[in-house]
Design a protein around this ligand. Structure first.
Ligand code: NAD
Ligand code: GLY
Length: 373
């Protein structure tokens, strides 16, 4: 399974520049099982954090590749799913670290999708005020977005990713061979975060995606490698300029304000994060159009691409009595909101995003329009 795709040649390396905290993102095939991927990582002990789906598939490959690099190698296997991105699950990681006597040099390996990566990263940020960690993303979404840039978090029942920290990994290994076991629905969810980079940053990439979306859904190796590389390059460029989201980084949240409301409003795990972001991008693009920034036909093309990626483009009704009110209440909790004023990531012109307020009446119209087929 790990070596099934035709070889793409040597791994690509993208460096994310944070001075003394700089690190490499390696993108290629069979990186997980290659001992060379772990060169330079030290620590008497290490903890692999994974989940009940990914550990049986890949933990043995990781352990074999690590060999005797760490004198003691421990593992904690978390329950699988967004619904478990909670304090209770996070505490299982701390329980394991403490029970095994892990110290400040213990390396945490996050082996899984964005849920495992966000939780293991938050545990690494806070255990003994910070231990080294390595991201081993196993979903497309995690390879193109969540494993890169150091955002870590857990959910609160009232809001998505509300409790967390900025904390950079030592290394990110995007092993493309791992995506062959990913269910099609999860692959589509990852494509939402790939598509995101086009409207906000790179119209050439958006045009490339219009041509290659079917290749990506078919896991065509060259197309997949290009999509992951370009996504990571854009993310590295944006995050390298604005690690803590003082400004520019907020553009990476295109579609996320509506999307987070969908996730929280339906209950975490009902729609996948990527599905909510896909539909949220249709809503944010529609808001951009209503503000006079982009044309109807541009929004229609983006909507069609998102649909071709296998993602929902009609927003769910969250409240039969006051649907727009429910969306707005959830969105006021967004981390970009200031004193309840929601800040929207909008497309000013294709390839250029801005973050600004919008009239509530217009937002209500967009919600009404996007909840209808
Ligand atoms: P996920 O971690 O829940 O993984 C999706 C599903 O696929 C899970 O059931 C998982 O067990 C399974 N899986 C993972 N890898 C697999 C593989 N190779 N083969 C078979 N099954 C596999 O979801 P996700 O989409 O990876 O991540 C979503 C999370 O990422 C959300 O919580 C979101 O908030 C977060 N996120 C964080 C950032 C960030 O910057 N930190 C950015 C985007 C998203
Ligand atoms: N996924 C948004 C960010 O990393 O900022």
């Amino acid at each position: 399974m790990l070596n099934s795709a035709p070889s793409l040649g040597p791994a690509q390396r993208i460096t994310i520049d944070f001075a003394e905290r700089s690190y490499d993102i390696l993108i290629g095939e069979s990186l997980l099982s290659d001992p060379a991927s772990y060169e330079g990582l030290k620590g008497h002990s290490a903890l692999i954090v994974s989940n009940t789906t990914v550990a049986p598939l890949y933990a043995a490959h990781l352990k074999a590749a690590l060999g005797t690099r760490h004198a003691q190698l421990f593992e904690v296997v978390l329950p699988d799913g967004e619904a478990y991105k909670t304090w209770e699950t996070l505490n299982l990681i701390f329980d394991a670290l403490l029970a095994h006597g892990c110290d400040r040099k213990t390396v945490i390996y996050a082996l899984g999708g964005g849920v495992v990566g966000d939780m293991a990263g938050f545990a690494a940020a806070s255990y003994m005020r910070g231990v080294p960690f390595v991201q081993l993303p196993t979903t497309l979404l995690a390879q193109v977005d969540s494993s890169v840039g150091g955002k870590t978090a857990i959910n609160h029942p009232l809001g998505k990713n509300m409790i967390g920290a900025f904390y950079q990994p030592q290394r990110v290994l995007c092993d493309l061979s791992l995506l062959h076991t990913l269910p099609a629905r999860e692959l589509s969810a990852g494509l939402a975060e790939v598509i995101k980079y086009g409207p906000i940053f790179d119209t050439d990439f958006l045009a490339w995606l219009q041509t290659h979306i079917d290749d990506l859904r078919a896991l065509q190796p060259q197309a997949l490698a290009h999509a992951v590389e370009r996504s990571c390059q854009i993310k590295a460029e944006v995050v390298g300029q604005d690690e803590r989201e003082a400004g520019l980084r907020a553009i990476l949240n295109f579609g996320h304000t509506f999307g987070h409301a969908i996730e929280a409003g339906l209950g975490f795990g009902t729609w996948l994060h990527g599905e909510a972001v896909g539909c949220g991008m249709v809503m944010a693009a529609t808001l951009s159009q209503r503000l006079g920034f982009v044309s109807n036909s541009w929004v229609a093309d983006l909507r069609a691409l998102i649909a071709r990626a296998g993602l929902p483009v009609v927003a769910p009704v969250l409240d039969a009595q006051d649907n727009a009110g429910r969306y707005l209440a959830l969105m006021r909790l967004d981390k970009k909101s200031e004193a309840g004023d929601i800040k929207w990531v909008l497309i000013q012109t294709p390839g250029v995003a801005v973050v600004q307020s919008a009239p509530e009446a217009l937002v209500r119209e967009v919600i009404d329009a996007c909840c209808k087929t």
